[in-house]
Design a protein around this ligand. Structure first.
Ligand code: CA
Length: 238
C-alpha cells in the first residue's frame, strides 16, 4: 500500500478547517485508518470541530473491542457526533459547529467506508467512481432531477449540507464496502478539491505516471484553479 496525503488552506481562506488523519499501521482492531473532515462554524469553531471530531474517532477505534469494521466505524462516528455536539452546547461561541467526515479502512481486500456530509471518497480503477453520496441540498436536488449536474456544480447554495457530525443528537451515517483490485486507488477529499477540479482531471492526475505524490498534485491543481476553499486529499494506492 502506498499513501499520500495533503491539506492546504487554499488561496482565499483565513484558516484551514479541513483535517486529515492517516495511519498505515493498526489502530485498535483496524489494520489501517484514513479520515477526512471538513469543519464548519465561525471563528475557531470549524477547525476545532474537524480536529476534535477526528481525534474522537481515532480514540474510539483504538479502544473498540469489536472486530467488524462497520461496527467500529459506526461507534467512532457516533462518539464524535456526541462529543462535538457536547462541546457546541457547552461553549456558546462554538454553537452550530460541525464537521463532515469520511472514514475508510482496508481490511482483507475490501475497503470499508463511512460517510457524513459532502466530503467524498472515490475509487479509481478503469474509471473514477464516486462511492459516497454528497449530503448537500444541491446534490439532493440533482438526485431528484430538479437540477442538472451542471447546474448543481455552479449553484451558489452548493455549500449547504444536510448532514454533519456534531449538529444533532442523531447522526445518519452511510456505509459502503468495495472489493479492491491490485492497482486500484482510493481518493478521499473535501469539497475544496472537487469544487475546483473536475472528476476527469482528478482521474488524469491519478493516472499520470510522472507524478509520484498524487495528493500534492491534486492540491496544487485546486490552488492553480483558484483555491477558493480549504483542500484536503488522501490517496491510497493498493
Ligand atoms: Ca470545504
Amino acid at each position: 500500500m502506498k499513501v499520500f496525503s495533503a491539506t492546504d488552506i487554499g488561496q482565499k481562506r483565513q484558516m484551514n478547517q479541513d483535517f486529515i488523519y492517516v495511519s498505515e499501521e493498526p489502530v485498535g482492531n483496524l489494520p489501517n485508518l484514513f479520515v477526512v473532515a471538513d469543519g464548519m462554524g465561525g471563528h475557531n469553531a470549524g477547525d476545532f470541530a474537524s480536529r476534535y471530531g477526528v481525534s474522537v474517532v481515532v480514540e474510539s477505534v483504538r479502544q473498540d473491542k469489536n472486530f467488524n469494521p462497520v461496527k467500529i466505524m459506526r461507534n467512532a462516528v457516533e462518539a464524535a457526533n456526541r462529543e462535538v455536539l457536547k462541546q457546541a452546547r457547552d461553549d456558546t461561541s462554538m454553537a452550530g459547529m460541525g464537521t463532515t467526515m469520511v472514514v475508510c479502512t482496508l481490511v482483507g481486500g475490501y475497503a470499508y467506508v463511512a460517510n457524513v456530509g459532502d466530503s467524498r471518497l472515490y475509487m479509481a480503477g478503469d474509471a473514477l467512481n464516486q462511492i459516497t453520496q454528497d449530503h448537500s441540498l444541491i446534490a439532493e436536488m440533482v438526485r431528484l432531477g430538479e437540477l442538472t449536474p451542471e447546474e448543481g456544480r455552479r449553484h451558489p447554495d452548493k455549500n449547504i449540507i444536510t448532514r454533519a457530525v456534531g449538529t444533532a443528537d442523531e447522526v445518519r451515517i452511510d456505509f459502503f464496502d468495495m472489493k479492491m483490485e491490485e492497482g486500484n486507488k482510493i481518493v478521499m477529499c473535501s469539497d475544496g478539491l472537487t469544487n475546483m477540479v473536475e472528476d476527469s482531471r482528478i482521474f488524469a492526475i491519478l493516472n499520470d505516471t510522472e507524478v509520484e505524490d498524487k495528493a500534492k498534485a491534486l492540491v496544487d491543481e485546486a490552488n492553480a484553479n483558484g483555491g477558493l476553499d480549504n483542500i484536503a486529499v488522501i490517496v491510497v494506492e493498493v
